[in-house]
Design a protein around this ligand. Sequence first.
Ligand code: S3P
Length: 178
Amino acid sequence: MIETRPIHNLALIGFMGAGKSSVGHAVADRLRFDFLDTDELIESQAGKSIAELFAEAGEPAFRERERQVVQQLSQRTRTVIATGGGLPASAQNLADLRAHSLVVYLWASPEMLWERVRFQAHRPLLHDPDPLARIRTLLTARDPFYRQADVLVNTERRAVIEVAQHVISQFRLAVSDR
Ligand code: S3P
């Protein structure tokens, strides 16, 4: 049961490779909502890629930019927000998302996440001699935050459209509940 609070948007959280962007686009298309990706917003505001930001100023500076972007979202309505994988690992960021969004955790196992991201090179945190071990460690640390979502959706062996439909029905349920 989701306590009564304003729900104007949908925030998708979860690890890298969870499908936040692909599911987010599919959900936004079907609900006729805007789609917003926090990484893209950071990149456009900084004029630099995430990889450049990590390389030049380090992870703490990137997290500070995430914090600023979350604060810019408070007036959004009818928006599907795909968050960077590490963004919800902050009680304050999570609380700010919950102030206007139904928060949905897209879950997958570490092995599946690695399968999905292994041929993509743009994520600095996975530049590691043992990326799967890195995924496991990060996931263990973040899981308590991710699990504070309103809804948990298993994406393990599901097509994007199937996950999107599930997210939409959960959203409709939550909105009609109030
Ligand atoms: C990160 C996830 C990335 C991006 C950055 C850090 C993380 O976003 O924000 O590379 O800490 O998990 P995606 O989850 O969209 O890949």
